[in-house]
Ligand binder design. Structure first.
Ligand SMILES: *[C@@H]1O[C@H](CO)[C@@H](O)[C@H](O)[C@H]1NC(C)=O
Length: 197
């Protein structure tokens, strides 16, 4: 038994020596990654939403401004798709007033345009290589499209900016659109950040 213990101890020591530094290194690199997201999100208008929506991808983003911007667009696209589905359902709710139906259908249209613009932006960002000759044109296109998506979302919200429109559907549509507008605004700030530094 004593003999076993003597053999086991050095092995244990070896394991401890090797495991501890590794886990410590992994933990500190993941801290670097989440800190990077926190710092980058501080340039956005909605830093809290930015951090909560992106920090789960910290391991993939690491400290890359491009992957950060790309992930922000992906997250925005996914949320916008979900919102689009919700608003589609809202437009079919029975008993809506004609003015509500009109505003909701306008939104369905605007959000569909926003989806196209976000998809185009994601495609273009995938091809953009910083330092290449076409980079500035590509970034400028992406900025234009993401800004257009933001405008579409604002236009949808404007359609609900009527004291008469204060029912349940309006509350849902406003909440949903406001969230994706904030995500879109953040994505645009992160794209600008990627383009400039
Ligand atoms: C963005 O989404 C696409 C499609 O789902 C995926 O293939 C890609 O890896 C994602 N990119 C990032 C940076 O998250």
């Amino acid at each position: 038994m004593e003999c076993h213990l003597m053999l086991a101890l050095p092995i244990l020591q070896l394991l401890l020596n090797h495991i501890n530094p590794c886990t410590a290194a992994a933990a500190s690199s993941s801290k670097v990654n989440t800190e990077y997201i926190k710092t980058s999100c501080s340039v956005t208008l909605y830093p809290k939403l930015c951090y909560t929506s992106l920090s789960i991808y910290a391991g993939k983003i690491k400290t890359s401004p491009k992957v950060l911007a790309h992930t922000a667009l992906n997250v925005t696209l996914r949320a916008t798709k979900a919102t689009s589905a919700v608003i589609n359902r809202c437009s079919k709710v029975h008993g809506l007033k004609p003015i509500e139906v009109a505003a909701t259908l306008d939104c369905v249209e605007e959000i569909s345009d926003a989806l196209d613009e976000l998809r185009k932006s994601i495609g273009e960002l995938g091809h953009a290589v910083k330092g290449s000759r076409s980079f500035l044109f590509q970034i400028s296109d992406i900025q234009t499209w993401v800004s257009a998506a933001l405008t579409d979302e604002d236009t949808c919200l404007d359609g609900f900016d009527e004291p008469k429109l204060n029912g349940r559907v309006e509350t849902i549509v406003r909440r949903e659109i406001t969230k994706i507008a904030h995500l879109t605004s953040n994505a645009l700030a992160l794209i600008n950040n990627y383009a400039s530094n």
